[in-house]
Ligand binder design. Structure first.
Ligand code: GUN
Length: 288
């Protein structure tokens, strides 16, 4: 079998176009643009690229982007004061503080200071609780994008065996909650799991989010399974350059899977499209 390649770029472009339509409707009704504030502390080059892309996509969707770049030695108190100002600013519907933060800043304090109704990242404990109990809130963008790709590929997910590899707050845990909501039978495997391969071999759906290049081997994949690779790992190539690879051995898995996301061009573009979607939803909820 050769897997269908799930074109995340195309799905993301379609979602961004739907969001742009919704934004036009919002502007006509509310007389202002939805606003997204993105906060970057420090000079991490990868984070700077993500933030630039988020700001560009915000403008392309017809929304107002507010970029706040703070020096690496910003104190927790200064960052909290900025979050307070953004919480109180009526032109700001969504707030995103780019992670990771410098080590001297208390990340938990910052994330819990964001107004849960502006928390378009879905990291605030109130939104974590809303997701766990099936209430409306904000779902973290990467797992939301993975779910959209799975629904577009498979349709109904009810009854399927899903294995999530990785238990982070940003991807693994919310992904497991979303799949449970879809009535999948969900296993979360992680670094202490005794036999990850045995769990993956049973799975109709594999979501790989461990951050280890090619951790999931091709011969672990059940024939016909759908494989979603969240990993974005920078590795040195033989020619001396750098390349991006996922957490899944793509060539090996694509030979047996029914469908698989590539890296790059799979989950990554969906994450930003879902951020645009969450910002529009936040704006609509705030004017209602
Ligand atoms: N850093 C890497 N991924 C993310 C994300 O989804 N949100 C934020 N805020 N920071 C990140």
């Amino acid at each position: 079998m050769t897997a269908m390649i799930i074109d995340g770029k195309a799905h993301a472009a379609a979602l961004r176009a739907r969001v742009a339509d919704g934004v036009a409707g919002f502007v006509a009704a509310a007389g202002r643009k939805p606003g997204l504030a993105v906060v970057l502390v420090g000079e991490d080059p990868a984070s700077a690229v993500y933030v630039r892309t988020k700001t560009r996509m915000t403008a392309e969707a017809g929304m107002a982007g507010f970029e706040h770049r703070l020096p690496a030695d910003t104190t927790s108190d200064d960052l909290l004061a900025l979050v307070d100002r953004l919480n109180a600013d009526d032109t700001v519907d969504g707030i995103l503080v780019q992670l990771p933060l410098p080590a001297h800043i208390d990340e938990r304090r910052v994330l819990t200071r964001i107004d849960p109704d502006k928390d378009v990242d879905g990291f605030h404990p109130v939104n974590v609780g809303r997701l766990a109990t099936g209430l409306h809130g904000f779902v973290p963008c990467t797992p939301l994008g993975c779910l959209m790709l799975l629904r577009a590929t498979l349709g109904e997910l009810s009854g399927l065996e899903a294995v999530v590899v990785g238990r982070s707050n940003i991807v693994g845990k919310p992904m497991a909650q979303l799949l449970l909501q879809q009535s999948c039978t969900v296993t979360v495997a992680h670094s202490r799991t005794r036999d990850v391969a045995a769990h993956v071999r049973r799975a109709d759906i594999v979501v790989a989010a461990v951050g280890i290049p090619h951790f999931i081997k091709g011969d672990w994949i059940k024939p016909g399974a759908s494989v979603i690779d969240v990993g974005i790992n920078r590795i040195a190539k033989e020619d001396g350059g750098a390349g991006l690879v996922g957490d899944v051995d793509f060539a090996g898995a694509a030979a047996v899977a029914g469908a698989i996301t590539p890296v790059p061009g799979g989950v990554g573009p969906m994450t930003i499209a879902c951020l645009m979607r969450n910002t529009l939803v936040a704006a609509c909820r705030r004017v209602c």
